[in-house]
Design a protein around this ligand. Structure first.
Ligand SMILES: Cc1cc2nc3c(=O)[nH]c(=O)nc-3n(C[C@H](O)[C@H](O)[C@H](O)COP(=O)(O)OP(=O)(O)OC[C@H]3O[C@@H](n4cnc5c(N)ncnc54)[C@H](O)[C@@H]3O)c2cc1C
Length: 631
């Protein structure tokens, strides 16, 4: 049971300084986007099977907290009848240290490494609306001060935010400024005395807005073209809140409009530099994106667990429904996609930590190094936001289907999961915007910043294809899978390279084609991350039983089997969209040559994966113990 006194538990004590990296893995490949063109060795990636005991204890502490504070009260929380209930729970989480994970020790936080923060996001996900509430408090609502605050601002705000005595909200979106966030009209004008900015405007969809004490507000000073950021206390006055939005899901979270009318903000509460607010907003959203991916993994595990248990319990036609191939297919797919999303999320989370260590060691300040490390992997953060959110929407939907009519009823809880999952494709940048970003950022890194060379591998393509024609010999157990991933990478380079040469700047207006590229990019990154995970596991198989390793390998095989088709479909879509005649023929020919044939029996493998899940009666591929009681 969790300690509900005000003392932090062993797992959350501030003394555990993990920033220096408990999971020590050397990785020189710390250039975001370079996974496409550089070989990554399995020994250089972090895999979730490497979580240490302290990290697993954090998960257990969070699960205990959810079992005690959230799960028995889901109906009341969703009804929002008592608006003080959710903030009070947040405060109790704060007393246990659960809202101070990313705050520096000097300000009462634990300053845990980034990947442990992601794991926390995964652990809290089965808390439904509470996951959104604590997510806003510990991420978008507080990180702007952690990363950009002055020493005075940090000293004033962070200790109280760390304990959740002060609750926070992030105010970027406006009625006419959603995806186009920089077009916001909220205005800040310095008063005559030069002491305060007077803030006027309207923000919309503000999570935690109904009870926040501190708002991070983005507004334009005078007639600036770019946003600035401000720390605004509710106690400053001039703030009015709209009514709670009636939402499809995450009903227990507060979402309101916030109106500012001559709200006086002391000029020292400008956060960062004037006109740099949009940059702050985007960098904070990068963090939010990968955290959302981790949360989706947590949801995926729990929905799969529930579905496995129901498939074992429910009998029709004289047997449990888990014995039917149609249900086995679903269970296997749910597990495969959850496992794959997990592989990509923590691979990148660890790289962010590693990059931070490298930059900090070179003398960069801690805040700056955190930001730069995140910015480095912006491509991968967008990829994982899209992949994981679409995974959880698929998994949550299949969970309902497996539960049949009971899935449609409120009492089994999968219906809540389905509704709550839907928002993940919308906030932290919609999936359309994130698809544009993953490709756009990659192109920026390649052609403006010259950090990733996308051209040389294309020049080497004839040599690569000639080598492919030779008989295939290798001692590597995973040689075939490695070659598949290599080929898929080259499909991306080939088609995006040709489209770029042909359409040049006009490519930005061809969003359908960019979406094709983003989809290929995501398949490649996730497939490679899963492959590297299995390779690494096979080198340390004492940590993972033989049956588990063999089953995880089967999950990789089915994933790759599907990835080949998805990449081929997106590739053909793109080629038919921008090429015609001889050029089209040549590109299609090359696409065919690069499309690997992979002879597995997907039905047999999916059945075997499902049988392991059903025999274990849980989501058995997690590297921490899943809760006994279904949430
Ligand atoms: C429950 C909830 C909580 C939220 N919490 C917060 C919060 O705490 N703080 C905050 O600031 N905001 C918050 N938001 C706002 C959220 O970030 C926005 O809803 C989101 O960014 C999308 O903006 P929009 O709703 O205006 O959609 P729009 O921008 O109007 O988009 C509508 C559609 O058009 C597409 N679209 C828009 N522009 C393009 C383009 N250039 N290319 C291709 N497609 C495009 C979108 O992908 C989408 O499909 C929250 C929203 C919700 C629903």
């Amino acid at each position: 049971m969790i300690d509900t006194t005000t003392k932090p538990t062993e797992a959350t004590k501030g003394k555990q300084k993990k920033r220096k990296g408990k999971n020590k893995i050397k990785n020189k490949n710390l250039v975001g986007g370079s996974f496409l063109v550089k070989e990554t060795k399995a020994k250089n990636v972090f895999i979730p099977e490497e979580w240490n005991e302290e990290q697993k204890m954090i998960v257990a502490t969070v699960h205990d907290f959810l079992m005690q504070e959230i799960i028995p009260h889901l109906e009341e929380l969703d009804s929002q009848k008592d608006p003080t209930q959710m903030p009070a729970i947040l405060e109790r989480a704060g007393q246990l240290g659960l809202t101070s994970l990313s705050i520096e020790e000097a300000y009462g936080g634990m300053d845990l490494d980034f990947n442990t923060g992601l794991l926390f996001g995964e652990a809290v996900a089965p808390g439904f609306s509470f996951a959104t509430v604590i997510g806003a408090q510990t991420s978008i609502g507080s990180l702007p001060i952690v990363y950009y605050g002055t020493a005075e601002q940090k000293a004033k705000y962070l200790p109280k935010i760390a304990t959740s005595e002060w609750k926070t909200a992030y105010c970027l979106t406006e009625p006419d400024a959603g995806s186009d966030a920089n077009s916001g009209k909220t205005k800040a004008v310095l008063n005559e005395a030069g002491t305060h900015y007077l803030l006027n405007g309207q923000k919309m969809w503000i999570t935690n807005g109904g009870f926040a004490d501190v708002f991070i507000v983005f507004a334009k000073i005078d007639n600036d073209k770019k946003l600035s950021a401000f720390i605004v206390e509710k106690s400053f006055g001039g703030i009015e809140l709209g009514v709670e939005e009636k939402k499809m899901g995450i009903k227990g979270s507060s979402t309101v409009q916030v109106f500012f009318s001559d709200c006086p903000v002391p000029k020292e509460n400008l956060l960062g530099k004037r006109g740099k607010g949009f940059k702050i907003a985007l960098n904070i959203l990068n963090t939010g994106r990968i955290k959302l991916a981790a949360g989706s993994v947590g949801g995926g595990k729990m929905a799969t667990l529930k579905s496995v248990q129901y498939a074992n319990e429910r009998k029709q036609f004289g047997k449990s429904i888990g014995e039917f191939g149609a249900i086995k297919y679903k269970l296997a797919e749910m597990a495969i996609r959850t496992f794959a999303a997990e592989s990509g999320t923590y691979r990148i989370g660890y790289n962010i930590d590693h990059k931070y260590d490298a930059l900090h060691a070179k003398g960069m300040t801690s805040s700056m190094a955190k930001l730069e490390a995140l910015r480095e992997f912006a491509v991968e953060c967008s990829i994982m936001k899209v992949y994981a959110s679409e995974m959880i929407n698929f998994v949550a939907d299949e969970a309902i289907q497996i539960h049949g009519g009971m899935g449609y009823a409120q009492e089994t809880g999968v219906e809540r999961g389905y509704r709550d999952a839907r928002i993940t494709r919308i906030y932290e940048g919609t999936n359309e915007i994130n698809r544009m970003l993953s490709v756009g950022e990659l192109m920026k890194r390649a052609f403006q910043e010259k950090k990733v060379d996308l051209v040389q591998p294309l020049k080497n393509l004839p040599k690569y294809l000639a080598k492919q024609a030779l008989p295939f010999k290798s001692k590597d157990n995973y040689a075939e899978e490695t070659r598949i991933v290599e080929n898929l990478k080259r499909i991306f380079l080939l088609i995006s390279g040709r489209a770029g040469q042909k359409l040049k700047l006009k490519l930005v207006d061809e969003q359908e084609i960019i979406i094709n590229f983003a989809d290929i990019l995501a398949e490649v990154f996730v497939a490679e991350s899963t492959l590297l995970r299995i390779k690494k596991l096979s080198q340390m198989d004492d940590k993972d039983g033989q049956l588990m390793l063999a089953t995880k390998h089967k999950m990789l095989q089915v994933l790759l089997f599907d990835a080949i088709d998805k990449v081929r479909k997106s590739g053909r879509d793109a080629i038919f969209s921008f090429a015609s005649g001889a050029e089209q023929k040549v590109l299609l020919g090359l696409l065919n040559r690069l499309t690997p044939s992979y002879n597995i029996n997907p039905k047999k493998l999916r059945r075997e994966i499902a049988d392991v899940l059903l025999a274990k009666n849980t989501y058995c591929f997690s590297s921490y113990p899943m809760p006994d009681v279904v949430m």
